[in-house]
Design a protein around this ligand. Sequence first.
Ligand code: 3PG
Ligand code: MG
Length: 394
Amino acid sequence: MRWKTLDDMEMGGKTVLVRVDINVPVQDGRVSDDTRIQRIVPTIRDILAKGGKPVLLAHFGRPKGKPVPEMSLRVTLPALEAALGRPVTFVETPSRAGLDALPANAVVLVENTRFTPMEEANDPQMAQFLAGLGDIYCNDAFSAAHRAHASTEGVARLLPSCAGRLMAAELAALEAALGRPTRPVVAVVGGAKISTKLDLLANLTRKVDQLIIGGGMANTFLAAQGHGVGTSLCEHDLAETARTIMAGAAAAGCEIILPSDVVVAEAFAAHAPHQVMAIDAVPAAGMILDAGPETVARISAAFAQAKTLIWNGPLGAFEIAPFDAATVATARAAAKLTQSGDLISVAGGGDTVAALNHAGVADDFSYVSTAGGAFLEWMEGKTLPGVAALETTD
Ligand code: 3PG
Ligand code: MG
């Protein structure tokens, strides 16, 4: 797949619609994590340097097609202005004439695209309206590219379009991790439930050499193998599905690595009394909350043999101490191998970034995606509508 980048576009004097994802966490009326805002800065700077007027289109929350005051993008303005080091003009109801009246080097932020139902419906009239606001469309919102909305998909087909710097970086990193990876490739998939990651697991078993399964979802596999998992989080009704995934992996030559020892408590609580035990020794009242030290050693050994690592999801209940130990130890092992040049490590998805931040290693991975759902869908082998709409043949 090919798409244009900012380098391919002539932008002097042009109005450039830039789809960004600044769907950032807000606490007490302030942006509490500005990562997504920081990551779009290079694109906006480059558009300005090329003489374009960036007009940012973005959604915020899920207002369900009507204006919701608490979901106004206004709340992101201070963080956006701070990140850019310049003022940003906020526009509630954009018009071409209004945008043209602003200085050539203005940066504009348009109110939440989801304040109308036409956005999520990918209504052609809304796409036309947006296209009428600018001369060029640039998509820098990889993390919203799994949505076929008017501002992510429809408008891309109506204007000369290109990928922004962040979009290009995300795609390059994912391509390096799963498209044409340097082998061996090992994937870590953790988190609570396999029901939300069935397509991911199936696709990865076809593509990677080793698949490490951790977190609550490992229990479903362990139970399917006949191990007692006590009161642990476990989708017992998916035992057959888990066996099918394991059989598929075996047929594809993908080795599945499950915990061989676990940390067991009787309650889901920070510092609950706990014990390390072999996987075949979990008592009926026991709750598996983390992988054990032997498993951590096996995972670290797998990383040491690998050339590429894909990481999605924590290995244990990392949000409560000390059940973060396996996630922290293995994340640090991956970070060290990355820093010594022995491993390409790519991580993404909801909890994953929080887990890596908690381990203090997010900056030491080769690439950490800003995307949650879009990262997963890409890893599932699905076509992302926002990316496909940028496709070009010339
Ligand atoms: C995200 O925060 O994951 C993206 O902005 C997509 O948001 P959505 O899941 O509401 O479409
Ligand atoms: Mg989401």
